[in-house]
Structure formats: C-alpha cells, structure tokens
Design a protein around this ligand. Structure first.
Ligand SMILES: [Zn+2]
Length: 75
C-alpha cells in the first residue's frame, strides 16, 4: 500500500502510526502526510496523520520518522 511509511525502521500503516502517537488503539486514520517540519529532538522528518481515537473526537498527530518524538493538537 502506498499509504504505508517507514517509521523508526518499520513500515507502518496510517492506523498503526496513529496508534504509536496515541499509545492506544484508535478507530480510524486518514492517509499519512509529510508535515514539512523537523523533529525538535533529532531534526528528522516529521509525519502527520489525522485520526479518530473515538467516535466523537478527531485529533491531528505528528510523529518523527527517526526517533520516538510525537505530539498531538489536543489542548
Ligand atoms: Zn526525531
């Protein structure tokens, strides 16, 4: 699948990437995009994925491709 990307040396689906960011199971995820920003920890490329952790919540998450850094737009 073209949507899959390499993160920390492993191929991940949008769903799997969102679960890495969330640290838990999620319901649904949009295709992975390039965030056009650098990781604040290692300077690596950052990926962006929109996902639904539950039926009533939509979160945008970011994850570094090279290290464990991630964040979300949650307040
Ligand atoms: Zn990084």
């Amino acid at each position: 699948m073209a949507d899959n990307r390499v993160v920390e040396g492993r191929m991940v689906t949008p769903q799997r990437l969102a679960e890495l960011i969330e640290g838990d199971d999620i319901m649904d995820a949009e295709p992975i995009e390039d965030a056009n920003r650098d990781c604040p920890d290692c300077g690596g490329d950052v990926l962006e994925v929109g996902y639904m952790p539950s039926a009533i919540e939509f979160v945008t998450g970011w994850k570094c491709q090279d290290c464990g850094w991630s964040e979300t737009d949650r307040e």
